[in-house]
Design a protein around this ligand. Structure first.
Ligand code: PAF
Length: 277
């Protein structure tokens, strides 16, 4: 496994790799969810590239950019175990040199849900992912379903800007108690960690209601809100039952739905989702 930092090193190393190339962009502090992307890429591609970059432009001014967990040696050791070929660890100055002023803005599907709560977040995500795609030139790019709206935004961006690649979505990796794996879970105290699976429990309760025949979206939002309300450490920011393509809130479920939520547990903001139908 080769690790490079500069753009010229990346280009030289990339040129040596046999195609097709699978690529997983990450912000590091890797867990099983990231490794599952790598294993899938390994199964489907001749070469696998990862990037590790905590992207400052997708964090709001009051968010956790400085506190975001980082451990490059541990990340590299994990990537080695799954047979990754190339890891790119650019610096902020490489991706955002002085005078940088070009941004990628995906318009409609960035407005609801996470976009409503985190202004500017998806502009930062779409811009950095476009830059990573340009530099790495992958045939397939792997993302986790845990960030459902991010996946929708990246698909839209890749299609609108004619990136010649396939966006592959992999299932959310979960802890045995259902908590979606996230680098941010490390912020939770033991008591908060015990409370955190309530997000998945709320999603499962709504899914059970859907399976029994409920098609009223507001009824499903209420099912999720009731489960969350029973956990004193959980403070929901939003609870949604939306169209899986447009991400607009639904009244009646006709062709499936994306159940999603953002919930504070202590100071940690957790997100999770589940697709119905
Ligand atoms: O999902 C993430 O880790 C980040 O949003 C991504 C896609 C690597 C862009 O910084």
């Amino acid at each position: 496994m080769k690790t490079v930092t500069s753009l010229s090193e990346l280009r030289a190393a990339r040129a040596e790799l046999p195609a097709p190339i699978g690529f997983a962009p990450t912000m590091g502090y890797l867990h099983e969810g990231h490794l599952s992307l790598g294993r899938r890429a390994k199964a489907e591609c001749a070469s696998v590239v990862f990037s590790i970059f905590v992207n400052p432009t997708q964090f709001g001014p009051t968010e956790d950019f400085n506190a975001y967990p980082r451990n490059l040696p541990a990340d590299l050791a994990l990537l080695e175990t799954i047979g990754v070929d190339l890891v790119w660890t650019p610096t902020p100055a490489i991706l955002y040199p002085p005078g940088f002023q070009t941004w990628v803005t995906v318009e409609e599907i960035t407005q609801p849900l996470e976009g409503g709560m985190r202004p500017g977040h998806f502009r930062g995500v779409a811009t950095v992912v476009a830059k990573l795609f340009n530099a790495v030139g992958p045939d397939k790019a792997y993302f986790g379903q845990k960030d459902a709206q991010q996946v929708a935004v990246i698909r839209q961006m890749a299609s609108d800007l004619n990136f010649p690649l396939e966006v592959v979505i992999c299932p959310t990796a979960r802890e045995p108690d259902g908590l979606a794996m996230s680098s941010r879970n490390t912020y939770l105290t033991p008591e908060q960690r015990r409370a955190a699976p309530v997000l998945f429990q709320a999603l499962q309760a709504a899914q059970a209601s859907y399976t029994r025949g409920e098609r009223d979206a507001e009824a499903l939002r209420q099912v999720m809100s009731r489960v969350l309300a029973a956990e004193p450490l959980a403070r929901p920011q939003y609870v949604s039952c939306a169209d899986p393509l447009t991400l607009q809130e639904l009244q009646t479920i006709e062709r499936g739905a994306l159940l999603s939520m953002a919930v504070f547990v202590g100071k940690t903001r957790l997100i999770d989702n589940l697709v119905l139908g």
